[in-house]
Design a protein around this ligand. Structure first.
Ligand code: AMP
Length: 400
């Protein structure tokens, strides 16, 4: 799918007085009615402000949490989001009592030019998750134009993510446009050498990613828990380290494909091992790992070797920590690798950090601002990087 065909907001022409449906991702963490991090709201602000400046009448919509889908549930109301949006935008963002229906239809007609209203949680209707056409048509009928700025949900075919794009003139919001551009830069025509630094715990989650990257990148550094299934597949002893024995054959096949495609795979050569996560006597082991030890981080030599590969790369994708970085004594490998990616970026390389744990790791070592792009959508960025279907983006490509 050629996502470069997705239009930006500028392609929508004059928006003054037009009702613009903005699908945002306001799925914020809440403690009661208190928002504990508003970063998802602030991430959507540039798009909202741009539309307001253009004199549009902005209709905001989002899901929040996992309500049952049988109507209003106070616990999942977007009321805290409406309050925070009002503070950030400097005017009252009204909250509609629902996201469809006659009352909402009247409510959105009341929105003045350059002002915004927020629909209540889309997931109060089961039809949202089911991608139901009738519900999607109802949502679309509230507006004249559709903008998708909910990158974190773009791998889903939810009704609000697809149907309005098929029915109305549509565009990607600034956040979605930026995400797609950054991730597509890694996958299509990257500056070379192009490198992926992969880690994290679960090999099964990463197999489709490695497979897709094997026909795109020049080198892959593999650390974290996922490295040990590869090392066992090569015949190494890995002690009690994480291993998915059912994936050994797939790892062997990927190592073979790498050789065939001339992709160099770098695996850890030394390791930080311990008897358990809470064992404070962790130490470095150079060769095969003794039977009663578990690996929790890559060793210093490996971290240095990975850094050298990173500093020579022109495009770098970072997805998954090198060890249990949340614990100080197992954080060294991830810190060294993250800092090397930041340094390479300062020297002109283009770096993309996948969402979720990788973004948390970059933030943990205060390197997130030094990267070219930190993805806001863990599942969505992984799906795109795996080369799998992105229904919401496909709807934007094929949209009006
Ligand atoms: P994932 O969600 O698969 O990207 O995994 C991220 C998690 O993997 C992080 O929370 C790390 O603590 C964990 N992790 C990384 N390396 C290891 C390892 N060698 N053993 C156990 N857990 C690990």
């Amino acid at each position: 799918m050629d996502y470069s065909r997705i239009k930006g907001i500028e392609a929508l022409g004059d928006l003054a007085g037009k009702r613009v449906f903005v699908r945002a991702d306001f799925n914020v963490p809440l403690q009661g009615t208190r928002i504990t991090s508003d970063s998802r709201i602030t991430a959507a602000l540039p798009t909202i402000q741009l539309l307001l400046q253009k004199g549009a009448r902005v209709i905001l919509a989002s899901h929040l949490g996992r309500p049952e889908g049988k109507g209003f549930e106070a616990e999942y109301s977007l009321a805290p989001v409406a309050r925070r949006l009002s503070e950030l935008l400097g005017f009252e963002v009204t909250l509609q009592s629902d996201c469809v229906g006659e009352q909402v239809r009247k409510g959105v007609l009341d929105v003045a030019n350059g002002r915004a209203t927020l629909l209540e949680n889309l997931r109060f209707h089961k039809a949202e998750n089911k991608g139901a056409e009738a519900f999607g048509r109802e949502l679309a009928s509230l507006a004249e134009v559709y903008v998708n700025d909910a990158f974190g949900t773009c791998h889903r075919a939810d009704a609000s993510m697809t149907w309005p794009a098929r029915l109305l003139p549509c565009a990607a919001g600034l956040l979605v446009a930026q995400e797609v551009k950054a991730l597509a830069t890694v996958l299509t025509n990257p500056k070379r050498p192009c490198l992926a630094v992969l880690g994290g715990a679960k090999i099964s989650d990463k197999i489709p990613l490695v497979n897709n990257l094997l026909s795109r990148v020049n080198e892959i550094c593999i650390g974290g828990g996922m490295a040990y299934t590869f090392l066992k597949a090569q015949g190494h002893k890995i002690g009690k380290s994480l291993c998915d024995n059912e994936k050994l054959d797939e790892c062997k096949a990927m190592l073979l494909k790498a050789r065939q495609n001339d992709v160099t795979i770098h695996l850890p050569k030394d390791h930080v091992i311990a008897h358990g996560m809470d064992d404070e006597t962790a130490h470095i082991d150079r060769g095969d790992i003794p039977d009663d030890f578990t690996t929790f981080d890559i060793g210093g030599k490996t971290a240095l070797a990975f850094s050298n590969v990173i500093l020579a790369a022109k495009t770098i994708l970072f997805n998954g920590p090198m060890g249990v970085f949340e614990k100080e004594r197992f954080s060294n490998g991830t810190r060294i690798v993250v800092n090397a990616i930041a340094e390479a970026t300062q020297n002109g390389a283009f770096s993309v950090v996948g969402g979720g744990d990788s973004a948390a790791a970059a933030e943990h070592f205060h390197a997130d601002k030094k990267m070219s792009h930190v993805s806001t959508g863990g599942g969505a960025s992984l799906t795109l990087l795996q080369g799998e279907a992105m229904p919401a983006l496909e709807a934007l490509v094929g949209g009006i």
